[in-house]
Design a protein around this ligand. Structure first.
Ligand code: NAP
Ligand code: ZN
Ligand code: ZN
Length: 354
């Protein structure tokens, strides 16, 4: 298969800082588009993977699955995009297309497994892995590429492709809306999107944070109430009060303290993916017939629906724009919860590195 060399930024080992690399991208096949990447969001999953915290990294890892760019080339059979169009890529770049879930348009549940945007076997260029958006360009089958609404800031749109859809999908699944009390745990990239989206859906939003310094922001983002989760007195006030909790915490924490806050038959949907298990006491879920659930990203169709919802409600991410050579520092800040509320890489900065 014909390939071209592309500049990228990635990690060559779990303890290696990210640095500039050269990777191969396939030349567009008939159903592919090539996208010149303008902006790429920095998800905590990028860090988990680059540092092998999920024990599945194959190096080099080139992270990045919150991609916004412009189409630079289209294959001969492409119908949905033309050169010059804006386009976006999220966490999924391919799937089997044949299993019951793919047929239903639920690629996130693809039986043999969807192809992740990075760190998954590349069907086109074996034995290479897929490489993500910390790169100049990416080549993706048009069926896994999203349309970018025209009215949104492009850099602030990038995080919708993972942080947006990963919170939108469970909010919709568990019917967040008027009359529902929705808790959001952790105000990072995912959490701050959950607040904005739940508010726009009409829910009463209660935010739980370990950072007192984020209280004012939480209100500005749409929280009706904000709770310092380290203070048991403040937590107690919400015992049995929440219909749904979206837990977007990236590290170990006491899940039982949140299960206690659910109403009878309420659900806690874990979207955060900490490295280590979160022990659940039997009686945290038995009493009140509560559900401790989880939710992965979202389908291509639902991602487009979410982008259109955001365009309609004028929702984007609150971002701090960085240059690619600030990525290692950004990871250190993510670990400290010091992000307001998503780092986005201005990919023009990669062109200037050598
Ligand atoms: P992030 O921006 O780093 O935010 C995580 C937030 O969690 C922090 O801002 C902090 O909020 C809170 N937190 C961090 N350490 C904590 C600790 N030790 N105890 C309690 N709270 C703590 O991360 P993100 O990009 O939003 O991602 C969050 C998690 O979701 C990651 O594990 C990521 O891998 C996962 N994820 C899952 C999916 C999926 O498909 N399910 C998709 C994307 C990401 P406060 O300061 O407010 O406490
Ligand atoms: Zn992500
Ligand atoms: Zn499938």
């Amino acid at each position: 298969m014909e390939v071209k060399s592309v500049k990228a930024f990635g990690a060559e080992g779990a303890t290696a800082p990210l640095r500039q690399l050269t990777i191969n991208r396939r030349i567009t096949t008939p159903h592919d588009v090539e996208i010149d990447i303008l902006f790429c969001g920095v998800c905590h999953s990028d860090l988990h993977t680059a540092r092998n915290e999920w024990h599945n990294a194959v190096y080099p890892v080139v992270p990045g699955h919150e991609i916004v760019g412009r189409i630079s080339r289209v294959g001969s059979h492409v119908t949905k995009f033309k050169v010059g169009d804006l386009a976006a890529v999220g966490c999924i770049v391919d799937s089997c297309r044949e299993c019951e879930y793919c047929k239903e348009g639920l690629e996130q549940f693809c039986e043999p497994g969807f192809t992740g945007t990075y760190n998954d076997p590349d069907k086109h260029l074996p034995p290479a892995q897929t490489y993500g958006g910390y790169s100049e360009s990416v080549v993706v089958d048009e069926n896994y590429v999203l349309r970018v609404p025209g009215n949104l800031d492009l850099a602030a749109t990038a995080p919708l492709l993972c942080a947006g859809i990963t919170t939108y999908s469970p909010l919709r699944h568990w019917n967040a809306g008027p009359g529902k009390n929705v808790g959001v745990v952790g105000i990072g990239g995912l959490g701050h999107m959950a607040i904005k989206l739940a508010k726009a859906m009409g829910a009463h939003v209660v935010v739980f944070t370990t950072s007192e310094s984020k209280f004012a922001d939480a209100k500005r983002l749409g929280a009706d109430e904000v709770v310092l989760s380290k203070d048991p007195e403040q937590m107690k006030k919400f015992t049995g009060k929440l219909h749904l909790i979206i837990d977007a915490v990236s590290a170990e924490h006491d899940i039982n303290a949140y299960l206690r806050l659910l109403k009878v038959q309420g659900a806690l949907a874990l979207v955060g993916a900490p490295e280590f298990p979160l022990p659940v006491h039997a009686f945290s879920v038995i009493m009140g017939r509560k559900s401790f659930a989880g939710s992965p990203i979202g389908s291509i169709k639902e991602t487009q629906e979410m982008l259109d919802f955001c365009a309609e409600h004028n929702i984007t991410s609150d971002i701090e724009l960085i240059k690619i050579d600030q990525i290692n520092e950004a990871y250190e800040r993510l670990l400290k919860g010091d992000v307001r509320y998503r780092f986005v890489i201005d990919m023009a900065s990669l062109k200037n590195t050598n």
